[in-house]
Structure formats: structure tokens, C-alpha cells
Design a binder for this molecule. Structure first.
Ligand SMILES: NC(=O)C1=CN([C@@H]2O[C@H](COP(=O)(O)OP(=O)(O)OC[C@H]3O[C@@H](n4cnc5c(N)ncnc54)[C@H](O)[C@@H]3O)[C@@H](O)[C@H]2O)[C@@H](O)CC1
Ligand SMILES: [K+]
Length: 507
């Protein structure tokens, strides 16, 4: 059999933005097969071939291939790949999870084709062979319907513990296509090649950890098949968002770019307000004021004199500042004491676009309100409080959590964490940001995000667009800063990158 030439692994920029749920991809399969007349066997052949091409390109030295196969069509893809590998002269073995008698249809046809070449195919015992160069995970795909347990869980655990590269077909086994949460146990792959459409769960919660490098093959399914489905989510990154930015007019003055008022920084939290204010300035806000405790003034001014710092000891002191502001960022270091509570109440009475973060979200959870002109930026713990869910529930379905907060509280919700989700109401599909890295799990990063979103709002962007631009700019700045290492990354390390990225022409 002639060997296909290798196409390089597409980088993130080449991945489609449209994301779907497993049920939608199943419907696309059905349409392609029944209405367009592409035999299911042909789709499976294309899937196995695409995966084999990727394998050859990424691991050219691999000779000994172990394919872990389930009993569904995901296993069928694995049988195609196994046959192609065998025909290419590789040493191949298939370990079967589940009863091989249950394999049906196209998967069965491909299992028999493989067996006809005398390829080793044996039931999976309790131990994973270690003398292989590569493991192909073809156990479970979009058909995952319950928790992975027993022998299956033990074997997937051994796959993760072995120091052997793993390629997952379609989606890592055990990862839920719709939520990105692990059902019991899931494979953590080095690379995943996804077929027909990207699944929304690959980009949030456990998805990024499990998938490794994501690659995509449409299996030449025609465009109208995609048109039959409304995408369930949209993948965003800075490289797509930056296209919305235009150079400033030469005649611009600072009044054109708004005035952000940051409200926060109770005793002991001076840094939060300062980080937020500086991030708004670096994003391009014309003016930034910070309303905070009197004792924080000297420190903030010494470090960043461009921030107009105002002492606010009583809530009424903030009124003149509210008159001048065009956007408010409320919450960084606000605390939940009487000082923070009084400011929260005072600010809520004004009709100004708001970014609400940190303790302001906890105050909101205590006394829920609904507004359309705010961006709420909870992390999973704050999201859980807003909803009365557990943090585990939030992690279990981050899309549902973000949408539920949006329904209850209005505006635009940014659910932070790996694969931040932006929910903006029933008329917009949720977005998930694929920028960012675990180095950003450190104090002050949320304050910077709040400032960045407020910075875009101040420059006139509508709240949904400001939230999208903000989340992606923040994630991309974090990725740039993390080039020097994820551990030890500081929130303030993002500032110079925010500035550079916010000016795409200068990058
Ligand atoms: N024509 C098609 O439908 C195509 C399907 N493709 C592949 O087919 C996959 C979907 O195939 P299927 O719908 O057959 O589903 P899967 O192959 O993902 O698995 C379904 C089987 O696994 C069992 N199962 C589900 N959860 C389990 C668990 N936790 N523990 C043990 N067993 C479990 C189910 O009972 C069922 O027997 C895709 O992910 C993709 O890899 C591709 O070949 C492209 C074409
Ligand atoms: K899989």
C-alpha cells in the first residue's frame, strides 16, 4: 500500500473556530452517510488514514505500535490505523477492551480486515505492555456515555503512568465531548486528532490537559452538512480577535478612550487595585482612577504615577469620581467588610458599565441582582457561590455554569479557568478561549483581567466584544510571558505584553 505524504500538524491558528457537541457530530455523520451517500466505511477509512499520517509525521521513529481498541466506531478507526501501520511494515498489536463479539458494522469490517493480515489482536488483560514506541487510544470517542470504571479505568490509568507517547483518536477516551470533564478516568494524550468537527469539551476544564496538541481532519464532509447544525460554541484566540483592532486616529486625545474607575483595595489588598488599574492603562484606557484606602496612595503613586489614586474612606467620597468615570471595575481587593459593602451598594446605584470581580461577586451572591450592562468574571469557586452549586458541579459542566450565571444575573459572564468561557445570553453561542497557560494560576491574574476588560470597555467596545477581547488578550499576554517559564510567572509580568499585543501593527 502506498504511503501517504505527511501534512504538518496544524497549529492552533489553523483549527476551525466552530465547536459542536457529540450529538451534533453524530447527526453530521448520519447526514454525510445517508443524505450525501458517503459510506460510513469510507469515513472510517479517512479517519484512520488521517490519524496514521499524523502518527508518521509526528513520531517518524516509531516502529512498535500498540492500539487500544474499544467496541464502537472509535475502535473501528483504530483498526484502520492498525492495518495501515501493519502494511507499512510496523510492529502492531491490538489490545481489545470489551467483548470483540459486540463489535458491529464498519468497525467489525475493519477489525476483520486487520485480522485477515494476521495482525495480533487479543483481549486486554490487567497489564499494559510497556515495550512499545507509541500507544494509539481508540477505546472511546463521542459514544462515551458513562463513567469509565474497572479494568477499563485501570488500563487507561496505566496508559497515563507509562512513559510512552499517546495519540488519541477523535477525543481522549474518558473525556466528555460536551463538557470537557473526565468521567472517572481519561487518557492524557500527547496529541489528539479530531474528526469531522471539533468538540467543545476539548477546549475547557480537563480537555486541554487530556488532548495535548489538537489536530483536526474534516474527512471531506461537505459544507452543507455543517450548515445543518448551529455551532454549540465558538473557539476564540487572540490571533482571531486582534483583527478587530484598528490604528488610532492621529487626531485622538485621551478623552476618546474613556475613564476607568477601579474601586477596591481594602486594607491589606493594595496590590489588587494597582494591578487592575495598570492593566486598564496598558490596554489603552485614556484615564484610570483608583478609589482605595488612604494608606495605599503613596505606594501606588510611587510605582505607577499615571494612576490617579483617590482616598475613599466613606462610600460618599466616591460620588465625584463616579461622575467622571465612563466604566467601573469593581472588586479587586474590595473585601467583604463594611467598607467594601458600602462601596458596592453605592456603585450599584449608578448606570455605568461595570466589570465585577472577586469579592464584589461574593457580595452579589449574597444579594442577587440582574443587570445587562455588566461583565461578571467569576473563577469556579465564585461561580459556585453565585449559583449555589459546588465547585465540582461547576467543573463538571463549565458551559452550563456560565450560561446559568448569565441567565440569573444578566450581562456577560466570563467563567475563568482553563478554557475561559464567555456567555452572553441566548442570542449568542458561548465562546471558549484557547489562549492562556497554567502559569497564570497565580495571585493578581484576575485583577489584571478585570483591568483589561475595563480598558476595552472604556475604549468604546460593547460589553460582549470587550469581554472577548479582554479574555483573549489576557491569555495571549500570559502565553508570551510564560515563554520564560510558567512557574513563577507574575501578574505584573503581563503588562508589557498586554501593551505590545494591544498594538498588533507593532508586534
Ligand atoms: N461513521 C461514523 O459514525 C464515524 C465515526 N467515527 C468514530 O466513531 C466514534 C463514535 O463511535 P460510536 O458512536 O460507536 O461510539 P464509541 O466508539 O465512542 O463508543 C461506543 C461504545 O462504547 C460503550 N461505552 C460508552 N461509554 C463507556 C464506558 N464508560 N465504559 C465502557 N464502555 C462504554 C458504548 O456502550 C458503545 O458500545 C467517533 O468518536 C469517531 O472516532 C469516525 O470513524 C468517523 C465516522
Ligand atoms: K479515543
Amino acid at each position: 500500500m502506498p504511503m501517504k505524504t505527511w501534512r504538518p500538524l496544524p497549529d492552533k491558528d489553523c483549527l476551525p473556530a466552530a465547536l459542536y457537541r457529540a450529538g451534533q457530530v453524530r447527526e453530521m455523520d448520519r447526514l454525510a452517510i445517508e443524505d450525501y451517500g458517503i459510506p460510513g466505511d469510507t469515513l472510517m477509512e479517512r479517519a484512520g488514514q488521517a490519524a496514521f499520517d499524523l502518527l508518521r509525521g509526528r513520531w517518524p521513529e516509531a516502529r512498535r505500535i500498540l492500539v487500544l481498541a474499544g467496541t464502537g466506531n472509535n475502535g473501528g478507526d483504530g483498526f484502520v490505523l492498525a492495518r495501515l501501520a501493519l502494511q507499512a511494515g510496523m510492529e502492531v498489536q491490538i489490545l481489545q477492551l470489551g467483548d470483540r463479539e459486540r463489535i458491529r458494522g464498519d468497525a467489525r469490517a475493519n477489525a476483520l480486515r486487520y485480522a485477515a493480515l494476521s495482525g495480533p489482536w487479543r483481549p486486554c488483560g490487567d497489564h499494559l505492555p510497556q515495550d512499545v514506541d507509541l500507544i494509539v487510544d481508540a477505546v472511546l470517542g463521542t459514544g462515551l456515555e458513562r463513567t469509565v470504571e474497572g479494568r477499563w479505568a485501570r488500563i487507561l490509568g496505566q496508559v497515563n503512568a507509562a512513559n510512552i507517547p499517546v495519540l488519541s483518536l477523535d477525543i481522549p477516551s474518558g473525556l466528555h465531548s460536551d463538557t470537557g470533564s473526565i468521567l472517572g478516568t481519561a487518557v492524557c494524550a500527547d496529541a489528539t486528532i479530531s474528526f469531522i468537527a471539533l468538540k467543545q469539551g476539548m477546549f475547557t476544564a480537563d480537555g486541554p490537559d487530556c488532548c495535548g496538541d489538537i489536530s483536526f481532519h474534516a474527512l471531506d464532509v461537505p459544507a452543507w452538512v455543517y450548515a445543518s447544525q448551529v455551532l454549540s460554541a465558538r473557539r476564540l484566540d487572540w490571533s482571531s480577535q486582534r483583527k478587530h483592532l484598528r490604528p488610532r486616529k492621529r487626531s485622538a486625545h485621551k478623552g476618546d478612550f474613556g475613564h476607568v474607575l477601579v474601586v477596591g483595595g481594602d486594607r491589606g489588598y493594595a496590590g489588587a487595585g494597582r494591578l487592575c488599574a495598570e492593566a486598564a492603562l496598558r490596554t489603552g484606557a485614556g484615564l484610570v482612577s483608583l478609589a482605595t484606602r488612604r494608606e495605599h496612595l503613596p505606594g501606588v503613586l510611587a510605582g505607577r504615577p499615571e494612576i490617579m489614586v483617590h482616598p475613599v474612606e466613606e462610600a460618599a467620597h466616591i460620588d465625584p469620581l463616579l461622575e467622571k468615570a465612563s466604566v467601573i471595575a469593581l472588586g479587586p481587593g474590595l473585601g467583604r467588610q463594611s467598607w467594601g459593602q458600602a462601596l458596592w451598594q453605592r456603585v450599584l446605584d449608578r448606570e455605568l458599565p461595570l466589570v465585577v470581580d472577586a469579592d464584589a461577586l461574593n457580595l452579589l451572591a449574597d444579594a442577587p441582582r440582574h443587570r445587562e450592562d455588566w461583565v461578571l468574571t467569576p473563577h469556579p469557586g465564585e461561580a459556585a457561590r453565585l449559583l449555589g452549586w459546588t465547585t465540582r458541579d461547576v467543573h463538571g459542566d463549565r458551559f452550563a455554569a456560565a450560561e446559568a450565571i448569565q441567565r440569573q444575573y444578566g450581562g456577560v459572564v466570563v467563567l475563568k479557568g482553563a478554557g475561559s468561557i464567555i456567555a452572553a445570553g441566548a442570542h449568542h453561542c458561548p465562546a471558549v478561549c484557547s489562549d492562556g497557560n497554567p502559569g497564570m494560576a497565580s495571585g493578581g491574574m484576575g485583577d489584571v483581567l478585570t483591568g483589561v476588560i475595563a480598558g476595552w470597555l472604556a475604549q468604546g467596545w460593547p460589553i460582549r466584544e470587550a469581554a472577548q477581547l479582554g479574555v483573549c488578550l489576557h491569555g495571549a499576554a500570559g502565553d508570551k510571558a510564560a515563554r520564560a517559564g510558567e512557574r513563577g510567572l507574575l501578574a505584573s509580568d503581563l503588562m508589557s505584553h498586554i501593551r505590545r499585543l494591544a498594538n498588533p501593527d507593532n508586534e
